[in-house]
Write a protein that binds this ligand. Structure first.
Ligand code: T1G
Length: 687
């Protein structure tokens, strides 16, 4: 039974019980509909509805979104609740999201537990509330609050819900509080649908529209939600419900909704492989080598998850720097209200920094985040091998270097794994777990457990230059630099990629991280680069000129007075000069041509990564690009996006580009196979 009913005297208790999150599927909708009939036939004085398992309801069962809607439809069930002559009280614990929040809105009264949250995240799935949320919420909390909650999709905690009038009370025991509500009070409540609609306010609507444009650029659902809220204010309730439902059903089948659902489920699929049965090592005390920006970010992420953390440094200055860096992060979290004073002090108690490796003799995991030099890493790993217990796992945060070579610096390479965090490490959700040739299942299981404890998205990747994300990034940059050399400017390319949905183009992004990082990698690759492969020298020229990006006041852009970026004609001239030397006849690429070349280059590289088994599946590549490299979530990730183009189309275009440069555009056999077989790239598996 997904919905249970019981009575005590003249109080009815309806409980949604559909583990793990009380998603509102057909059985729940049917159970709720039958509960309304039961209540009305049972001569009850009130009904208290709650969720089992400490959660009210996580919203509609999104697994049903790919099939035709099946009765009873949620709007009809909720209309039956709010039209019932028996008062219903929603007793909310955990979360009431989407359809869960809409159930609560259909009740006469709402009571939340202090730690509970309520919200309308539908737009994060590319849809809008489809069971009355856009029509009831404005009546309850006003136009501005309703627009905020629905078009941004962010839930609110109990106190704010109380402050804006979304709920009547906050109580540690909402069910008991609902039982204790006196009958007179209960009888005084008006159904939300019968509350007066707020006035239309052009200023509020325009502000909401602007906020959507800045926060959700390119996305359709937030604008549609605003449209339906606005339209509903001028319509009778049932007509508003009707256009809401029609819009929801249309959006449910849209490309953006399918893409966002793909990412939603891919994110939840990011866990240890089912056949990984090895027991992870117990984790309590973790050593982090290096207290720079990465090391201190990793340390804080570990502190946030309850670990004891010791940063190892080479000298007292390093120790002081590590402490300052961690203190800075703690202070920032305190200032933003992410932690309180007690939390801040408790984290500090679990943190230490030292030069003395003997202080980590009881650590069962070490994460090396030292300078990206193989010599440094070899030295560190040898010292860690001496200092930590023999069963401890030794991890490197290296972004590019060969993990197998690092593993050769210890006697037991099976203990070595890569844990590639993304700066800022305590904020970015992606964690690439790099699996070396000898990495043990115990080490891998430990990596996944750590990823889960840190609330990261753990993705297992194989060893190659740049693993998954940085390898695709390198191809992205190479394609962009080629377009730059052959005809465009960095700002044309950045603009084209922002229009695609990136928050920032590749040149503006590199100005933030620094041109010297990619330069160091190009120098490292000099010895092994294919001499026949076209090489674009502009970025080297930039580094030679000291134009390293924001940190030197100028990179691909200029930053006068440390302010915003300004196009730099010197940079454009560099390309003209290099093109002249190379005898290149430059062309003026359109934004579409720029996007096509950059994206096809990335897709082709990603297909090789999949073919080589560096990534386990296409979904993992989507997670890496969305959660580590700013690929627009509403495009579903690189491989999901590739399938919207189709392998046949991709291969045909690559064949054209091969005529320009057969080496750079060498077509991945995996793409050719998908094109020939008419199969999805997302379904392709390593060879
Ligand atoms: N439908 C189906 N399955 C869901 C689900 C949902 N809404 N929410 C979670 N799951 C699955 C999830 O895939 C995972 O499965 C398991 O539950 C645990 O999830 C009509 C149209 C509720 C805060 O957007 O935000 O209502 O991997 O790992 O970390 O107007 O799940 O175990 O097989 O995330 O404790 C709107 C989405 C829907 C909320 C719990 N609702 N869910 O987090 O667990 S549209 C949402 C969440 C809608 C109405 C509209 C979170 C959570 P598996 P989990 P968690």
């Amino acid at each position: 039974m997904s919905v249970t009913t019981r009575r005590e005297d003249n109080v009815g208790y309806v409980t949604i019980d559909s583990p793990p999150v009380n998603a509102i599927g057909r059985s729940v909708r049917t159970g709720l509909r039958d509960a309304v009939t039961w209540a009305e036939q049972s001569n009850l004085e009130r009904v208290i509805i709650s969720g089992a398992g400490g959660m009210f309801a996580a919203g509609a069962d999104t697994k049903e979104f790919d099939s035709d809607p099946v009765e009873p439809h949620l709007p009809d069930v909720l209309n039956a609740i709010d039209q019932s002559f028996i008062p219903w009280i929603a007793a909310i614990e955990g979360v009431a999201l989407g359809g869960g929040a809409e159930i609560a809105l259909a009740c006469d009264m709402r009571i939340m537990a202090p730690s509970a949250s309520i919200g309308f995240p539908e737009v994060t799935l590319g849809v809008i509330p489809g069971a009355g949320g856009t029509q009831r919420l404005p009546r309850l909390v006003g136009l501005a609050n309703a627009l905020d909650m629905i078009t941004l999709g962010k839930p609110v905690k109990a106190q704010l819900a109380l402050d804006i009038g979304l709920v009547h009370a906050v109580d540690e025991d909402p069910v008991y509080a609902a039982f204790m509500v006196n009958s007179e009070a209960l009888g005084s409540f008006v159904s939300v649908r019968d509350l007066p609609v707020p006035m239309l306010d052009a200023a509020i609507l325009n502000a909401a529209r602007e906020r959507i444009n800045s926060k959700s650029s390119g996305q359709i659902a937030p604008h549609k939600a605003l449209d339906i809220i606005e339209a509903g204010i001028g319509l009778p309730f049932l007509e508003g419900l009707d256009i809401e439902r029609k819009t929801f059903l249309t959006l449910r089948g849209s490309e953006q909704a399918k893409a966002l659902r793909h990412v939603f489920f891919a994110e939840r699929g990011a866990k240890a492989p089912a056949d990984l049965t090895a027991k992870p090592v117990e984790l309590a005390h973790v050593a982090v080598v290096g207290g720079g920006l990465m090391g201190s970010g990793i340390a804080y992420a570990l502190l946030n998850s309850g670990f004891r953390v010791t940063i190892l440094e080479t000298d007292d200055d390093g120790v002081e720097r590590a402490c300052t860096n961690v203190d800075t992060i703690i202070a920032a979290s305190l200032k933003r209200g992410l932690i309180d004073e007690a939390g801040s002090n408790e984290r500090r108690k679990r943190f230490a920094a030292t030069t003395n490796y003997n202080n980590v003799s009881d650590a069962t995991l070490a994460i090396e985040a030292a300078y990206e030099s193989m010599d440094v890493k070899r030295t560190v790993f040898a010292a860690l091998e001496q200092a930590l217990p023999a069963h401890a796992i030794l991890a490197s945060n290296t972004s590019y270097l060969d993990l197998n070579e690092i593993a050769r610096s210890v006697s037991d390479p099976s203990r070595v794994i890569g844990l590639h965090f993304f700066a800022p490490a305590h904020i970015m959700k992606l964690l690439e777990i790099v699996v070396g040739a000898h990495t043990s299942d115990t080490a891998l299981a430990t990596g996944f457990v750590l990823g889960k404890r840190l609330r990261k998205i753990p993705v297992a990747v194989g060893v190659c230059d740049g693993f998954v994300g940085n390898r695709i990034l390198a191809r992205y940059r190479e394609a962009a630099d080629t377009i730059f050399m052959d005809g465009s400017t960095p700002w044309d390319i950045d603009e084209a990629m922002v229009e695609f949905g990136y928050a920032m183009g590749p040149y503006a992004a590199q100005d933030l991280s620094g041109l010297d990082i990619a330069h160091a990698n190009r120098r490292r690759q000099d010895a092994t680069r294919d001499p026949a492969r076209r090489y674009i020298p502009i970025a080297d020229r930039m580094v030679e000129l000291g134009k390293l990006g924001r940190k030197t006041g100028a990179g691909w852009y200029r930053y006068p007075g440390g302010g915003g970026r300004v196009d730099d004609p010197i940079v454009a001239d560099l390309a003209l000069e290099e093109a002249h030397f190379a005898g290149i006849k430059r062309v003026d690429y359109s934004a579409d041509e720029i996007r096509e070349r950059v994206l096809l280059a990335m897709i082709n590289e990603a297909a090789d990564i999949l073919q080589e088994g560096i990534a386990r599946n296409a979904s993992d590549i989507d997670l890496v690009l969305v959660f580590g490299y700013g690929f627009p979530r509403w495009r579903g990730g690189l491989m999901h996006y590739a399938d919207t183009l189709g392998a046949k189309t991709i291969v045909a275009r690559l064949e054209e580009l091969c005529k320009e440069d057969p080496i750079a555009w060498k077509i991945s056999p995996l793409l050719q196979q998908c094109a020939a077989n008419g199969t999805l790239i997302s379904d392709a598996a390593p060879a």
